[in-house]
Design a binder for this molecule. Sequence first.
Ligand SMILES: [Fe+2]
Length: 383
Amino acid sequence: MTEPSEFILSNARIVLANTILEQGWVEISEGRIIAVGEGAPPKSGWDMAGDTLIPGLVELHTDHLEAHFAPRPGVYWHPKSAVLAYDAQIAASGITTVFDSLRVGQDSRKDGFSAHAEQLADAISAAQAQGLLRSEHFTHLRCEICSPDVIEKIESYLSGRSIQLMSLNDHTPGQRQFRNMDKWLEYYRGKSGMSEDELQSFIVQRLDYAAKFADEHHQKLVNIARGHNISIASHDDTTLEHVQESILDGAAIAEFPTTIEAAAASHSAGIRVMMGAPNMVRGGSHSGNVSAIDLAHAGTLDVLSSDYVPTSLLMAAWMLPALAPAVSLPAAIRMVSKTPAEAVNLQDRGEIAVGKRADLVRIFTSDAHPVVRNVWTMGKRVA
Ligand SMILES: [Fe+2]
């Protein structure tokens, strides 16, 4: 039996971009939404039993592939197996469009992911070309701008591969994400396995790299992005000067601003402010910076990203209206679908509307927790 290419999902609570249809239906044909209505459908459909339908989630920044590729420190798993397991988890989390965040430029001495970016990108592309993946994958390269080899690495990556989003990261100790040196030490102690002496000499080296490379690499990367029509994201903006620089760069997204002032300035300049969904679910930033919920209260939060926990994306959007009553459920769902899609120029998805891709997620709630029951990508059931 083949799966139908035309079908109706009926008796569903449907979250549209600006409102909710309490009992409605969606008609799908050849991977697209061709009609949406309230009440009884025009012909019999698949009864959703009153469950909620939302658009497939759009995730712009997840490094969760790393957890599948390096399940233990120094242990690298089979790339294709890692990609398939990661993709399955992404789809089961309701994410139908994902920007795989791959690192370019070393962030710490024992951080081996930068060396594997091309290998992982090629494994994803091969799996996608063979029709093995449940979600649609795009590339987000996280460029560590003060790394000596970042330009060389990105030029190598671009020979034969494409990039849709590039973020400009600067994790030099003592600034941006790590203004608080205690937080920097706590993070890198846990992540790198370096001794205290190694950490101290690493700090000296990072400050030296920043002095040598920050400005030159920043401008070169912006030029590369412009030359290849790649969307730019700023990362960990902290001061108004950082935001001014992002405006000049033509950034589309401000990833994880660390202060309420930087977020407000980016938001009012039309740069979409993105915060971590884990930050929302946990109630604060693991680096001690501004919380996502504070930005939601301030009206300057535009996009959520699952960052390092795929299931956090739906959880955060689902819980947001209760945490910030000024944010409706449709507005919260826009932060994980329509707004991130528009930020990276994907106009064919991100909402349940006629003509859009049939990327859909069926959810029921268990003790107020959202549980993904089914997922469709381009009208094909993938979870
Ligand atoms: Fe960061």
